[in-house]
Design a protein around this ligand. Sequence first.
Ligand SMILES: *Cc1c(COP(=O)(O)O)cnc(C)c1O
Length: 375
Amino acid sequence: MSPRIPLVDLKAAYARRRADIDAAMREVIENTRFIQGQEVAELERDFARFCGTSHAIGVGSGTAALHLVLAALGVGPGDTVAVPAHTFAATAEPVTWLGARPRFVDVDPETGCLDPIALKSAIDGVKAVIPVHLYGRPADMAAISAIAADAGVPVIEDAAQAHGAELDGPEQTRRAGALGRAGCFSCYPGKNLGAFGDAGLVTTDDGRIAAAVRSLRDHGRTSKYEHQVVGYAHRLDTLQAAVLLVKLRTLDADNERRRVLAAAYSAQLAGVGDLVTPAETPGRRGVYHLYVLRTAHRDALLAHLNAAGVGAGVHYPIPLHRQPAFASIGYGDGDLPATEAWARECLSLPLFPELTAEQQERVVAAVRDYFETVS
Ligand SMILES: *Cc1c(COP(=O)(O)O)cnc(C)c1O
């Protein structure tokens, strides 16, 4: 049997740039500036330029990025923060760490991102709203920002899956991370800009938020020995910054490759069975962190693909409002119908810049095979 096709191939990603990454890591290992070394500052400069923001701040993870921005905005006990429920748990966890409560909001049936209409009726009294650019697809930021601005509520982007995603505006095209008060990025290994461990970045044009996040990530320090507030240990390792600097150089090309592969999947899978291919919204250029189909046959198709050596996955089968971790908030089945439909029907196919045409053909053939012979 042919080798298994993984959902993400981190070995192929390393093999392509092995010499550059090895040299960059060796430099840090030899100069031993493991904490706040110059690579962290270089990455912050380059990533801010990449996103088109005045500031980028390296942090320990995407979750830490959200935690620090919420803390910088003063979210605390008694507050509520509006978040979608069709996302990874990390979108909501930091809200609860600060003593606040997530208010789960339904998603748009077509895009899977926060639904502006649902947000409108949920925004009363919230301290912040966190839309997620899910699967690398920009949320409807024009509508969300207008609703949030009316209510005087800051918008924090969960851009963990969306490095380089673009949104056309009335005057200019802007990138994820530059679309709200602050952007929170994950550099978890499998993300579009992936480190060799945990890593993340915060972007913002707001100098006060940037300064607060810089201090809070490093024990609330304002100087070596002075701690203005009780902060956190949420710094970005220099070794991770060195890896990310190498990978950032090819991020635009890698994202373009993802878009080409996604278009090929959609062309070859349109009209197969009951498959719904990912929506492409004019003016919103996603970066396909994941290629996600919908089908009523999800579980059977998933089992068929896995048995055929195709590493398909599900993002995410249990929405946050139905997770035991958030049960005490009191949501029930049926409370967020579009979210629950996504959780039942979504299926992710292997997608990464190094995916070969031959591998993609095998994935497509296995999907077709299911609908022709099994279902
Ligand atoms: C990956 C991810 C996070 C968390 O990032 P980490 O770097 O793993 O902490 C947050 N939100 C979303 C949507 C993610 O996909």
